[in-house]
Design a protein around this ligand. Structure first.
Ligand code: ADP
Ligand code: MG
Length: 331
C-alpha cells in the first residue's frame, strides 16, 4: 500500500455573507496517497476550490472559517500548527496550481526570476548561480524548449500552454509531496490540455508525489485519476476508485456527469456532438431543500428524498465505494 500523505476528515468550511452563514464544505473526508491521483469533481460552486484552499490554509478569514474537521499531513494536523509555520509547508511540501496561470504569475518579473524566488524562499542555501541553473533545469523538465532563453522572458511572451508549464515548474521546484491542481487545464484548448495532463502524469511517476486533481470534467478524471470524490453542494455524494465509479456509478448525479462527458475528434480536437447535460440548476447554498440536495434534478427522486428522512448520508455500498443516495443505482 502506498504511503498515506494526507488524511482529511469531516472538514467543514463556512462563509459569513450579507445573506447569512453558508456551509461551502460539509463534512468532507478523503485520503491522498503517494504516487496516486485523487480527483475531486463537481459542477461550479460545489466546494472544490474551498476544499483545496483549506488544505493550504488559504481560506480568507473573514469571511471564511474552517469550522470543523482535521487535515493531517503525514500524521500532523495542519489546522493545529501556527499560520507562520504553514509557509514552510506551502509551496515546499504541498504546492498548488490554479486554472488561470496569468493571474498567478507576476507580469513584471521574468519567468526565471519567479522560479528562482521559490528556491530563495525554501532553499536559501543555494547560490544565485545554482538557483538560475535549477530554474533552467525545471523549465527543461516541463518540456519548455530553449529554457536558457525562455528564462529571461516575461509571462505575456508565452502562450497559455507554456505559461501553465511554467506554473507547473514553479510548483514542482521544491519537489512537493502533494500537488493540488485546481482546474489546471480548463483555460486551455484540448490538445494543449492533453499535453499538460500527460506531463503531470510523467512528473508524478518521476517524483512520486500525490496529486489532487480538481475539475468539473469527468473526462479529465477518467484520464488522470486513481480515486474520485464527487462533490455536490459542499458534500461528497459518491467516492470510489476510478474504474468502479465509471463502471458502477451509484449516484444519479455521478451518472449524469458521466453521460455529459463530451467526446472529441482526436485529430481536430473538435467536439463531436452535443451531449445531454444534467437538467436544472444547483440549488443555492442559502436555500437548500429539505432532504436530498439533488432531488429537484433527479429522475429517481421519491417522497423519501424530499424531506422527512433528512439528508442521505454517505455510506459504504461496496468495499471502498461510498454513496449518499436513498435510491442508489443497481450494481
Ligand atoms: N470568498 C467567499 N465569500 C463567500 N462565499 C464564498 C467565498 N468563496 C467561496 N464561497 C462559497 O463557497 C461555495 C463553493 O465555492 P468553490 O469552492 O469556489 O466552488 P468550486 O467547486 O466551483 O471550486 C461558493 O458557491 C460560495 O457560496
Ligand atoms: Mg473552483
Amino acid at each position: 500500500m502506498a504511503e498515506k500523505l494526507l488524511e482529511v476528515r469531516d472538514l467543514v468550511v463556512k462563509f459569513k455573507t450579507d445573506r447569512g452563514l453558508v456551509t461551502a464544505v460539509n463534512n468532507v473526508s478523503f485520503d491522498v496517497f503517494r504516487g496516486k491521483t485523487l480527483g475531486i469533481v463537481g459542477e461550479s460552486g460545489s466546494g472544490k476550490s474551498v476544499t483545496a484552499l483549506s488544505i493550504m490554509r488559504l481560506i480568507p478569514n473573514p469571511p471564511g472559517q474552517i469550522a470543523g474537521g482535521t487535515i493531517s499531513f503525514k500524521g500532523k494536523n495542519l489546522l493545529d500548527i501556527p499560520l507562520d509555520n504553514m509557509r514552510s509547508i506551502r509551496g515546499n511540501k504541498i504546492a498548488m496550481i490554479f486554472q488561470e496561470p496569468m493571474t498567478s504569475l507576476n507580469p513584471v518579473f521574468t519567468v526565471g526570476n519567479q522560479i528562482e524566488e521559490v528556491f530563495k524562499l525554501h532553499q536559501s542555501e543555494l547560490s544565485k548561480a545554482d538557483r538560475k541553473n535549477k530554474a533552467i533545469e525545471m523549465l527543461k523538465l516541463v518540456g519548455i524548449p530553449s529554457p536558457e532563453k525562455r528564462i529571461n522572458e516575461y509571462p505575456h511572451q508565452l502562450s497559455g500552454g507554456m505559461r501553465q508549464r511554467v506554473m507547473i515548474a514553479m510548483s514542482l521546484a521544491c519537489q512537493p509531496d502533494i500537488l493540488i491542481a485546481d482546474e489546471p487545464t480548463t483555460a486551455l484548448d484540448v490538445t494543449i490540455q492533453a499535453q499538460i495532463l500527460e506531463l503531470m502524469k510523467k512528473l508524478q511517476d518521476e517524483l512520486g508525489m500525490g496529486i489532487i486533481m480538481i475539475t468539473h470534467d469527468l473526462g479529465v478524471v477518467a484520464e488522470t485519476c486513481d480515486d474520485v470524490a464527487v462533490m455536490y453542494c459542499g458534500n461528497i455524494v459518491e467516492t470510489a476508485d476510478v474504474k468502479t465509479l465509471f463502471g458502477h456509478p451509484q449516484h444519479p448525479y455521478t451518472k449524469g456527469l458521466i453521460e455529459s462527458i463530451p467526446s472529441f475528434d482526436s485529430t481536430t480536437g473538435i467536439k463531436k456532438e452535443r451531449l445531454p447535460t444534467i437538467e436544472g440548476m444547483v440549488p443555492s447554498l442559502f436555500d437548500l431543500p429539505k432532504g436530498c440536495n439533488f432531488q429537484d434534478r433527479c429522475k429517481s427522486a421519491s417522497d423519501k428524498c424530499r424531506g422527512g428522512n433528512g439528508e442521505p448520508i454517505l455510506a459504504e455500498i461496496a468495499s471502498g465505494h461510498q454513496v449518499s443516495c436513498f435510491h442508489p443505482m443497481n450494481y
